[in-house]
Design a protein around this ligand. Structure first.
Ligand SMILES: [Zn+2]
Length: 199
């Protein structure tokens, strides 16, 4: 192969995507340059714009273009309950149940020692700071029912002990190994209603 170096650089850059190895990166690069130059231009612009404008909400840690996102700014939410989820997609699922009216904290991941994600990488100190705003009374742990999600809930539960907070976990209406993103809103709504104290 004697690719020009800019092409090699593109292939190498595409490998930052999850699950993309050298072969698929090469296929993507060839596809973009040969068959979809317009799509490639759109991708390039969208990526640059998002990089420049999207950041984390100061309160809930989810993606936003503002310092504080719209949900956190809305005065109609119950500030005494803080729901901890793994990803923004999980927040969307919780919202779809239309049963939860509190605030959120998005971890942007889960504890996963094998992938090198520990408490420090999850920035749990930001969560600790968040619950100390004087308004939060209950922390509802809504991480996934996967091994990593359970471990994350357990870790955070321990971390929050002795802080005078009620710490609850959504009930197991969500199937074992279940990810919130793929659970139907009705099942998730039931799991919120049946949440239990974290022992
Ligand atoms: Zn927010």
């Amino acid at each position: 192969m004697n690719n020009p170096s800019t092409l090699d650089a593109l292939i190498e850059a595409l490998r930052c995507l999850p699950g993309v190895g050298p072969k698929s990166a090469q296929r993507m690069a060839y596809h973009l340059l040969q068959y979809d130059r317009e799509g490639a231009a759109r991708l390039s612009t969208a990526l640059a714009t998002a990089l420049a404008q999207v950041r984390h909400c100061r309160l809930c840690n989810s993606f936003t273009e503002d310092e504080v996102c719209r949900l956190c700014r809305s005065g109609t939410r119950d500030a005494s309950t803080l729901c901890v989820v793994e990803m923004p997609a999980d927040l969307m699922m919780m919202e779809q149940t239309q049963i939860y009216r509190g605030m959120y904290f998005v971890l942007m991941g889960r504890l996963s020692p094998l992938d090198g994600v520990g408490p420090r990488e999850l920035h749990l100190e930001r969560l600790l700071k968040r619950v100390e705003d004087g308004q939060v009374r209950e922390v509802l742990l809504a991480t996934n029912f996967t091994a990593e999600g359970e471990a994350t809930a357990h870790y955070i539960g321990e971390l929050l002990k002795g802080r005078g907070l009620r710490v609850t976990r959504i009930a197991r209406g969500v199937p074992v190994g279940g990810e919130l993103e793929y659970t139907d809103a009705g099942t998730l709504a039931q799991a919120i209603l049946e949440r239990r104290e974290l022992s």
